[in-house]
Design a protein. Structure first.
Ligand code: SDX
Length: 428
């Protein structure tokens, strides 16, 4: 017999159905609460509110579990590639070799952006943050693809998704080159996804960048681990914009803006800046942690804590291991890694962090790898956006294809002035 929830309001009892997910998550279905009771629920920042039912990603924050379409992140990280994961998230299944090849060919076919896009880049002042450029240029790129502005059509969605996944990489690299006053490097058909990104970032007009397999694998893993993460701030933003039936590129551009915040995707840049500050102060981290505990200003242990994970973020474990392997292979000793490990060790044994269930999240170690590759910290969140693009596209598709999807329009509890008469300016 299906479970229900009872609510007592003003002497009346109301029953609401309980929705149970395939992994046992339970939610009280309050979709007709206001119609039946005149009440709404209140849940600032949505910590207890399910905005949708989704089939894409599952997280168990207490157990530290993350699965893309049912596959554990640890197994995908071990045996798959970013492009295969992109296909999995968007189309719901791991591609066969012919499907992988076809999708990979689409990514290659759509890797170039319209030549006139370069005029848009010229418009940005030097020193513009790459995330500002990325969001603007995704919308601009959509203007050169008339079918993007059309209503959603399943038949062309695959190529729209391929365009966006492929071109976000090109736009990101161009933004980096522009910010450094360097000539744009065009993609090459012979390179696979992540190789081509590194080529466009670091090659010179007269010499291709040396593609060290350890570097390519480490960056591909970073993209893969960032590919989706259920209803995080930026993905919820993409779904919000999708719910108004805006086009895919507009939704993704909005996702980039949400991701930029230092509490979200901007944390990877903030972690490196935090570690560098600790290093400059000649601190081994202990003085900084005291400042955090004393709530000195806005000092936070960036890269720690998570709304959902109240245990280890499984991605942090994987990235930490990849960090050690890659730095060892490259013969790099980065003192920031020592500081990060010391911070982690100290925090994991400090009641302040333990009581608040604060563990390293995906952003704590990722910057160390990106820094070792030579990617500047202002590009770290752009790397996150490239990785998250398939997840945004999968969520966009889920909203648009859902038969009962309505425009997202939360309610509020009004706490402002009650009605008062207008006062003409001469009487104020
Ligand atoms: C990402 O949602 C996702 O899935 C996001 C993400 C994804 O893949 O999309 O996983 C990517 O955004 C990871 C998070 C990256 N952000 C950071 O590393 C920034 C530092 N972290 C915090 O700002 C914070 O932990 C959040 C934003 C991640 C989560 O914030 P919550 O859930 O709103 O938690 P909270 O602010 O209510 O904190 C609870 C307590 C508070 O203390 P009290 O007031 O109860 O005494 O923990 C404290 C907070 O002050 N706290 C921290 C802390 N994070 C929380 N104290 C010090 N350092 C921190 N990092």
């Amino acid at each position: 017999m299906s479970q229900t929830a009872k609510l007592e309001l003003e002497g009346k009892t109301f029953e609401f159905p309980v929705i149970v997910g395939t992994e046992g998550e339970k939610g009280v279905d309050v979709r007709d609460l206001r119609a039946r009771t005149g009440y709404i629920t209140y849940d600032e920042a949505y910590g207890n509110t399910g905005s949708c039912q989704s089939r894409i990603t599952f997280i168990d924050g207490e157990q530290g579990i993350l699965r893309y379409r049912g596959y554990p992140i640890e197994e995908l990280a071990e045996g798959s590639t970013f492009v295969q994961i992109a296909y999995l998230l968007i189309f719901g299944k791991l591609p066969t070799e012919p499907e992988r090849q076809r999708f990979s060919d689409l990514l290659t076919d759509y890797q170039m952006i319209h030549e006139d896009m370069k005029f848009h880049f010229e418009g940005f002042p030097s020193g513009s943050h790459p995330m500002a450029m990325l969001s603007a240029m995704i919308n601009a790129a959509g203007c050169f693809i008339p079918e993007v502005m059309n209503r959603y059509e399943p038949a062309i969605f695959e190529r729209q998704a391929a365009r966006l996944i492929s071109q976000v990489r090109t736009l990101a690299a161009y933004a980096y080159r522009k910010s450094r006053g360097l000539p744009a490097i065009y993609p090459k058909r012979k390179y696979r996804y992540t190789q081509n990104f590194l080529h466009m970032m670091f090659s010179e007009p007269d010499e291709d960048y040396h593609l060290d397999p350890a570097v390519v694998d480490a960056l591909d893993l970073i993209f893969l681990l960032h590919a989706d993460h259920e209803q995080n701030c930026s993905t919820s933003t993409v779904r919000m914009v999708a719910s108004s039936r805006a086009n895919l590129f507009a939704s993704a551009a909005a996702g980039v803006c949400a991701l930029w915040g230092p509490l979200h995707g901007g944390a990877n840049q903030a972690v490196i800046e935090m570690l560098e500050e600790i290093q400059i102060q000649g601190d081994d981290g202990s003085r900084f942690l005291e400042r955090v505990k004393q709530r000195d200003g806005h000092a936070k242990l960036m890269g720690f804590g998570h709304r959902v994970y109240k245990n280890f973020d499984p991605r942090a474990r994987i990235i930490k291991k990849a960090c050690d392997v890659m730095l060892d292979k490259m013969g790099i000793h980065d003192p920031l890694l020592d500081i990060a490990k010391k911070l982690e060790e100290t925090a994991l044994n400090d009641p302040y962090f333990v009581e608040r269930k604060l563990y390293p999240n995906v952003d704590f170690y990722s910057g160390i790898i990106l820094k070792a590759i030579g990617i500047p910290s202002e590009m770290f969140t752009v790397i996150f956006a490239i990785g998250r693009m398939p997840g945004w596209i999968a969520n966009y598709k889920e909203v648009i294809e859902s038969s009962d999807s309505r425009i997202y329009r939360p309610r509020q509890i009004y706490q402002g002035e009650i009605q008062r008469p207008y006062v003409p300016i001469e009487e104020r």
